[in-house]
Every structure is written in C-alpha cells, then in structure tokens.
Design a protein around this ligand. Structure first.
Ligand SMILES: O=C(OCc1ccccc1)c1cn[nH]c1
Length: 240
C-alpha cells in the first residue's frame, strides 16, 4: 500500500515512523510519503489560507495550492483521497478494513476552518474522495486524525502484526467491545484473576469472555447491540 500525506506540518507525522509501523515501512509492507503543502505555493509568504467568503471567524485553505499539490501527487493514477474533518462520515473499523484493501491512499490535512470545498469537488471528478470523521470533537488540524487512520489501517495489512489473529479478534470484529484482560500474577493488590480463566476449560472460557463482552457492550455502547446483524446473538446471549 502506498500512502501519501499532504500537510503544512510534515514533522507532525514523524511518530508514524516509530515502532511497529516504522518497522512495517522499513520492511516495505507500506510506503509513507509526507509532503509539505507549502511546496506548491509561489509567493514569498507561502500563503495557504485566506479569509472565508460570507465572513465568519478563522481562515480557509486556498484552493489553488491544494489543486496543484493534488494534480502533481495524483498524476500517475487514481488514489482514494481521504480528508479528515469533523463534518465527515464516521471512521470505523469497517472503514479501516475498506481502506486496507486500497492500493493507494492520499490524505489531505486541513487546518484553520478547513479546505475550500471546491478542492474536494474538483478532485472528485477524477478520484474517489472521502470526508471522514474520527470522532465528534474538533482538532486543530487533520494530522492527528491521519495518524489515527494510518495506524488503524496499517495494522490490518498482512505481515504488519506479528499475530494476525489479534486483528481478527479485534474489538468490533464481532460487533462487540472487548472484555477485560488479565496476566500474571494470579493475585495482585488482593485482586484475583477470575477463576474460569485459569480453569483450562476453553468452552467455559470462551463463554465467559463472550458474556463479559456482551455486558460491557450493553453498558457502554448499547448502540452497537442495536447494530448487530440479525441472528448475531444466540439464545444464551439474549439471556445475559
Ligand atoms: O478536527 C478534525 O479534523 C481536523 C480539521 C479539519 C478541518 C477543519 C477543522 C479541523 C476531526 C475531528 N474528528 N475527525 C476529524
């Protein structure tokens, strides 16, 4: 997978080159190229923003600079353009799986009040464009949202995670939240590990884990229960 990121703060994306993701990049499992948007300005001040038509607070990112950047970066093919914004469709594990199947993603990091809408409208004439939200809050720029999405996507790529099973058993992969996890010691500050997990009875362990996931989902994210496909919950589940 090829990933390009366009931003006025390229160094903000440096953490993606650390640890597991950094090793995946070094191994060529994905490429990550980060571009400074100001490289496509032509004025001495390298201006990337201007006042909003219709008035209002803040500034809007100029269309000309973004247009030239995307023209150059997307000249050799048709990537999917992903634009983080509070006004986007929700980024979920399902979207991460969708993106993990893409050969080429280009992320556009907005700052200020955002990017002139015509940049996205023009880009949509020649590539798929997704305006995506990672949550219902407002950041200062898209860079942190891009790091969230790149991490969620990259960990799904073959070979990135040591144990592929952990991507399959993700939270959300069966539509439920993950239950609690434990490791040694058996008792810590007088808190004991639930007996069933040390019983060696894997049927009982699987049942207990599912019950814990159901209870946690019911209490913290009842919306996820409503979204479960028909028949996802068996008789025992419903009895919880
Ligand atoms: O703040 C976000 O993106 C940065 C951004 C982009 C455009 C204008 C303002 C801020 C964001 C919040 N949830 N998902 C994305």
């Amino acid at each position: 997978m090829r990933i390009d990121v366009v931003t006025i703060f390229p160094e903000y994306l440096d953490p993606l080159r650390q640890a597991l993701l950094g090793r995946a990049i070094d191994r060529g499992l994905l490429t990550l190229d980060v571009h400074d948007l100001r490289a496509w300005t032509h004025d001495v001040h390298k201006a990337v923003d201007d006042s909003p038509y219709g008035g209002g607070p803040g500034m809007v990112m100029k269309p000309q600079v973004w247009g030239e950047a995307l023209d150059e970066l997307c000249a050799s093919g048709t990537p999917r353009l992903v634009v983080p914004t509070p006004a986007g469709r929700p980024f979920t594990q399902a979207v991460a799986r969708e993106y993990a199947a893409q050969p080429w993603l280009v992320f556009a990091c907005g700052r200020y009040e955002g990017i002139d809408q015509r940049v996205l409208d023009d880009a949509a004439r020649r590539m798929p464009v997704d305006e995506v939200s990672i949550g219902d809050y407002v950041l200062v720029g898209g860079e942190v949202a891009v790091m969230v999405m790149v991490e969620a996507v990259a960990r799904l790529l073959p070979g990135v995670l040591g144990n592929p099973a952990s991507a399959e058993q993700d939270s959300f992969s069966d539509g439920l939240l993950e239950g609690p996890s434990y490791t040694r010691p058996e008792v810590w500050r007088d808190l004991a590990v639930p007996d069933v997990l040390r019983s060696g009875n894997h049927g009982a362990i699987d049942r207990w884990r599912r019950d814990q996931a159901l209870a946690r989902t019911f209490h913290r994210r009842p919306d996820l229960l409503d979204a479960l496909p028909e028949g996802a919950l068996d008789k025992h589940d419903r009895a919880q």
